[in-house]
Structure formats: structure tokens, C-alpha cells
Design a protein around this ligand. Sequence first.
Ligand code: 5GP
Length: 139
Amino acid sequence: MSYDANNIFAKILRGEIPCHKVYEDADAIVFMDVMPQSPGHTLILPKAQSRNLLDADPAVLAKIIPLVQKVAVAAKSAFNADGVSIAQFNETAGGQTVFHLHFHVIPRYEGKPLHIHARSMEEGSVLAANAEKLKAALA
Ligand code: 5GP
């Protein structure tokens, strides 16, 4: 299947719909997931168009992984997490729901299970506060 430029993350990248942005550079954007599986759940997207990992340019992957690491380290600290899960899904059968490549950084806490994937919306004020916390930890 080919890339659909009308997917929700493409619209966020074009500034057509808002997000709680944490970081942006020429190649990538980082923002809060609106349906967090754990407090501080963050998404890292390369700006280059690909549906997912399967059709991504390896050069894009090589640039994005250090940013995923940076955000994971900052999120662990910003949200006082015990650990961090990194997730990345490919195609519907692989659990993917938005078809622009992205990596999930999900803070984890001992003994606490995750909320169900892409199920319940968080308050905007909570997402805004978490974006600020993560920005501070990245600075
Ligand atoms: P996927 O299943 O494709 O790996 O994950 C897509 C993620 O995007 C889900 O965790 C879902 O909560 C999140 N999401 C869906 N729509 C929006 C949106 O409009 N804004 C933001 N910030 N996240 C979204």
C-alpha cells in the first residue's frame, strides 16, 4: 500500500490540526499522544513520508533512532518512570492505526499495566503540562 497524505499525522505535520508539541527540527517532530497508554506517552515522527518501518528509507531510520533514545531518556526522568517501552507498529495486522511512521515512547511503572492502545482521550491541560515537563527535561 502507498502513503496516504491525508493521514492524521500528515495533517499535524502540515499544521492543519494541532498537537501538544515537544520538539521539532528539519527532520522530525515529537508530540504527546492524545490517548496515552501511560502518563507521558510521546510520539516521535520523521517528517519524511513513509507508512511505517517497512517502507522507510534506512537513512531516515538512522537519523530518528538517536532522537527516540533522547526522548526516552528525557521521558524516564520527566515522568519519574521506572522504565520505558518503545513501540512501533506496522500495518493493521501489526497493530498500526495511523499510517505515517512513528515511534511510541511510553513511560512505565513497576506493577502498572498499560492502558489499552488508542482508546481514551486525555485532557488537553494534562497533555500540555506533560509536554512542558518533557521539553524541560530535553533542554
Ligand atoms: P499506531 O497504532 O498507529 O502505532 O498509533 C497511533 C497513535 O496515535 C495512537 O497511540 C493514538 O492514541 C495516537 N493518535 C491518534 N490520533 C491522534 C491525534 O490526532 N493526535 C495525537 N497527538 N495522537 C493521536
